[in-house]
Design a binder for this molecule. Structure first.
Ligand SMILES: N=c1c2ncn([C@@H]3O[C@H](COP(=O)(O)OP(=O)(O)OP(=O)(O)O)[C@@H](O)[C@H]3O)c2ncn1[C@@H]1O[C@H](COP(=O)(O)O)[C@@H](O)[C@H]1O
Length: 107
């Protein structure tokens, strides 16, 4: 998922806070509240586990897309931007030193 896609998706998810729940899936989730959104995250996580155990690659990609999507809905619902998660991953990657080792090996 590149940053541009995350930015555009986060902008749409924010806009849906003002949308009609009858016409938008995301607005309908917001209207149901945090517990309903978290229930979807749990369901998608379970479906991800099942797809992986079945070694079904296409289904696994589909379910992880659903899982990532619903975790993005949680972030935006909590007024957080997905960039904060990328920053945290970036920080951990930097701490691991893998980036430096890889660049050293190229020389
Ligand atoms: N990326 C997604 C996306 N991924 C998954 N989903 C929805 O997430 C749900 C996944 O639930 P399930 O797998 O349980 O399938 P389901 O049986 O249809 O779901 P339920 O009836 O149990 O809720 C489905 O209803 C999918 O349509 C998504 N809905 C919307 N988006 C994006 O969000 C944007 C805003 O969506 P709207 O709010 O609908 O305009 C869209 O432009 C899309 O880019």
């Amino acid at each position: 998922m590149n940053n541009d896609l995350l930015d555009r998706l986060a902008a749409v998810l924010n806009e849906r806070k003002q949308a009609d729940p009858q016409s938008s899936y995301v607005a309908s989730l917001y209207a149901k509240g945090l517990d309903a959104i978290l229930k979807k995250v749990g369901e998608e996580a379970t479906e991800t586990v099942i797809a992986a155990k079945n070694a079904d690659s296409a289904q696994l990609i589909y379910e992880i897309a659903d899982l990532w999507f619903h975790t993005l809905v949680v972030l935006v619902h909590q007024d957080l931007h997905p960039q904060a998660v990328l920053d945290e991953l970036d920080r951990r990657f930097g701490l691991s030193g893998i980036e430096e080792k890889a660049s050293r090996n190229q020389h």
